[in-house]
Design a protein around this ligand. Structure first.
Ligand code: FES
Length: 165
């Protein structure tokens, strides 16, 4: 007859295997999210109907994007400036390329309230510490609505350098 100690020793590997099976779904989920290498569901966000956009007049458009980070979903709100240009559109980020404050409309251009950079109507810096023009954003049309690809850019750099979300 098996003694109690031998019985426990025989059951230990089985108990460990069962515990391992319990962790399997979490491990698979983690592995799949790591393999995709993408913490964002989509960088494209709806910036509203194109009907209200005027030729050469920058208009603020508020948009929301969902960012997935493994099990967490964050909703971010952003403002971009868009205008009609010929047969297409132009969209710039409202994030100042100096250190990331939000620019505001100022006459035909923009001004940053943090360190007083000014930008002309094309988004080019006129004065202040901003090292480059306002960052241009990709856009596309979907059923009469403007969709914008939101990208964060490296602050302080002389050229637009996209950062991973
Ligand atoms: S953050 Fe805009 S000028 Fe410094």
């Amino acid at each position: 007859m098996m003694r109690r100690r031998e019985l426990l020793a025989a059951w230990r590997p089985l108990a460990a295997a069962l515990a391992g099976l319990g962790l399997l779904p979490s491990a698979v989920y983690w592995w799949r999210s790591t393999r995709s290498g993408d913490s964002s569901s989509s960088d494209w966000a709806d910036a509203g109907p194109t009907a209200g956009l005027l030729e050469d007049v920058w208009q603020p458009r508020s948009l929301e994007i969902e960012r997935r980070n493994r099990w967490r979903v964050d909703r971010e709100r952003h403002t971009v400036y868009a205008r009609r240009r010929g047969t297409g559109f132009e969209v710039v980020s409202s994030v100042c390329p100096h250190t990331g404050c939000l620019v505001q409309r100022d006459g035909a251009g923009f001004a940053c309230p943090c360190h007083w950079s000014h930008f002309d109507g094309e988004g080019r810096p006129l004065d202040g510490p901003a090292p480059r023009p306002l960052d241009r954003l990709e856009w596309r049309l979907e059923a009469g609505r403007l969709r914008v690809r939101l990208v964060n850019f490296r602050p302080g750099a002389a050229r637009s350098e996209p950062l991973r979300p």
